[in-house]
Ligand binder design. Structure first.
Ligand code: PA5
Length: 338
């Protein structure tokens, strides 16, 4: 695909997020008896894994430990009392398939979320509940389809209420934002122009870490650019001292603090002081405040903003935002070495 065409397609895919959220609200998902569930694991990689992180954020009041696992094997506590979601957009990612096998061996309750591939085949063969989502997109642009079903399982099981209505509002809010964000000179365009040719540092509170990680991954995959992510308060206990050497590199860094009204008051204070203390070493720092009424609206405001930043950065670097040749090549090489 020619770069211009890939650019137009990626813009269309990014804009589609609110539509995906709306569509996914109608997907059929299984219900579970949560009195039998002691822990929840979201297994998957890359563009599929982020859905589990965001589900945890939206379901933060559910009093069950939840963990995202980006690996081949599951934690030792996984048993028949664990609900394991295995998400893989393609259905062929080897770590996700291994996690599925591990969950089966340990008798965990399973849900597979995929568009196709071996994961769909295995789930059908094993009688595992399968949420089959539409295919044909780069996985990282299928976030709405991947994320909503995870939340919906909790709602149809009676573990939470009103979470899907909140997602309907998220979809409406993102629809309002998409025309603004799609135009050059929009806030994401401006931020991307500040990050261009610089080394982005993306800083968030621990609660918003999934959003920071989404920014990093989108900048990596869409713009083929380096980005670093870290969390407050932890970074104030180590990284803050490291933002000094080597000076020629640190002087090319641009720190973006993604902040939210719900951040702990001490985190807000830390953002202010951390910025002041690193300001003389890096090229620039800035704070981007989330907007929206509910916590999940504000998290998705930042996710959407970052998706557009990565799109504009790809444009500035003349990169095809769809192609991910190194990831494809790596998957091919590993597939040839079983
Ligand atoms: O965005 C991407 O293409 C990658 O990060 C993939 O999501 C990742 O390699 C995992 O593949 P899949 O989502 O198909 O399981």
């Amino acid at each position: 695909m020619e770069r211009g065409e890939a650019e137009a397609k990626m813009l269309e895919f990014i804009k589609k997020l609110p539509d995906e959220i709306r569509e996914a609200l109608d997907f059929d998902v299984p219900a579970f008896d949560f009195s039998e569930i002691a822990h929840v694991v979201f297994a998957g990689m890359g563009g599929s894994a982020i859905s589990g992180d965001l589900a945890k954020l939206h379901l933060s009041e559910v009093p069950i430990p939840m963990e995202s696992v980006r690996d081949y094997t599951l934690p030792p506590y996984v048993s028949e009392k664990t609900l394991v979601f295995v998400s893989s957009y393609s259905g062929n990612t080897e770590e996700a398939l291994a996690a599925y096998g591990d969950a089966r061996e340990r008798g965990a309750k399973l849900v597979a979320v995929t568009s196709d591939g071996k994961l769909a085949e295995m789930a059908e063969r094993d009688g595992v509940p399968l949420v089959r989502i539409p295919g044909g997109l780069p996985p990282r642009t299928a976030l709405g389809w991947l994320f909503v079903p995870l939340v919906k399982v909790f709602e149809v099981s009676g573990m939470v209420q009103g979470k899907l209505v909140e997602l309907e509002r998220v979809a409406d809010y993102l629809t309002e934002l998409r025309d603004e964000f799609s135009t050059p000179d929009s806030p994401p365009f401006e931020l991307a122009s500040r990050l261009y040719l610089r080394l982005p540092l993306i800083y968030t509170s621990r609660r918003l870490a999934p959003v920071g990680f989404r920014w990093k991954a989108q900048i990596n995959e869409n713009a083929k650019a380096f980005a670093h992510v870290a969390e407050l308060p932890e970074l104030d206990h180590n990284e803050i001292t490291g933002i000094k050497n080597p000076p020629e590199r640190v002087e090319e860094m641009w720190a973006v603090f993604l902040v939210d009204a719900d951040d702990h008051p001490r985190i807000k204070l830390r953002v202010k002081h951390t910025q002041e203390l690193i300001r003389d070493s890096v090229l620039g720092t800035e704070v981007l405040e989330s907007k929206g009424e509910t916590p999940i609206e504000r998290a998705f405001y930042l996710v959407y903003f970052g998706d557009f930043v990565s799109f504009y950065l790809a444009k500035f670097y003349f990169e095809d935002p769809i192609a991910i040749p190194r990831i494809d090549e790596l998957k091919k090489r590993l597939a040839n070495e079983q």
